[in-house]
Design a protein around this ligand. Sequence first.
Ligand SMILES: Cc1ncc(COP(=O)(O)O)c(C=O)c1O
Length: 406
Amino acid sequence: MTTSQPAADPATLPSSAAPAAITAPAHAREIPFSRPSLSALETRAVATALRTARIGGNGPICKRVQQKIASQLGVRHALLAPNATQAMEMGLLALGIGPGDEVLMPSFAFVSQANAILQRGATPVFCEIDPATMNMDAADAAKRVGPRTKLVMPVHYGGVPADLDALGKLAADHKLALYEDAAQAFGSTWNGKPVGAIGRAGCVSFHETKNVTSGEGGALLTNDDEFARRCELIQEKGTNRAAFLRGEVDKYTWVSPGGSYVMSDLLAALLEVQVQRAAALQKSRFSLWQTYYTGLADLEQKGFLKRPVVPAQAKHNAHTFWFRTSTPQQQRKLLAHLNGVGIQARFHFQPLHASPYARQTLKLAQSLPITEREADCLVRLPLHAQVRKRDAQWVVEETRKALASA
Ligand SMILES: Cc1ncc(COP(=O)(O)O)c(C=O)c1O
């Protein structure tokens, strides 16, 4: 069961934003960009955790959920964290990334990634993307490898995996580690294997905008036992508390650098239900993704937009439906139109190399023309359990009207 939004009266939609010729059909309503799908099952699980006082960090519920995620995805280790940002920070510490090191990453990425690299005293080296997927371009990244490069860090944008064959080869050729920002890609696969654990490790996010959510939350995934062991120490403030809880040592103490990167059992209780519902949630997202994809085919044929390309090796999790308009002006016009009629469409990411922090504080004067051009044309459409098929069809219609009149 999902909670539903009351339908907005089309008469109350802001008249200034919508062109006069376009009126929302009777079924139209305010369509939020993103909304978690929560049911009575999540309420019950959280209430049970509260009643039994299971609210601390890395407790029995976390352990159970970690095992469920690991077995569902087919990875050896899933370590729950407060969010993907902190899972990423933990991973970079475990990889030994430090001052003077360089990390290859797309500029078209979430800011957490660049922050995590800078926190280690390392330098993010921003690379171009392949516009077909908006993911890191391995050929461009190869040109930026230098003597200080230590790590390749792709993003799987919108849940569609980056080219892990090419990026894996790049990492192997230059003896670099591969760490995946799979924050948006829980359940996506590359050559049948779960992303996030194809390189040395990776992170996934359970933020409220993600397919499977605990409001805030994340996990570090890896198939590398030794790496997982290092993370286990870092996660628990640099102590061997996890070994102590397993009865492997009689006291726990400070054994490594660390932080506090554990999830609360209260949130893990919510996440457990979401993980159990993952396949059903995925199915409904995928069906909407497909409605957008097929609905916009003719607009691509007429040259108004370009839809995402899913590589043959990839299975995506329908996290986001995005496309690119042919000009930035069309993007702005379309976003204004859709938002004006009550459809929350969005841009994002804004290229990091061109951000105020990169330009003014880091004094970066880099130009990445493909990233700049494509990010300025990007449009994301609402995609979540409360968007009905006819809503998606209406979104397609409004997109068609706005682009055809542009
Ligand atoms: C690609 C990417 N990386 C990292 C993050 C950070 O995730 P979290 O909010 O769980 O820290 C996000 C969040 O949206 C993201 O989209």
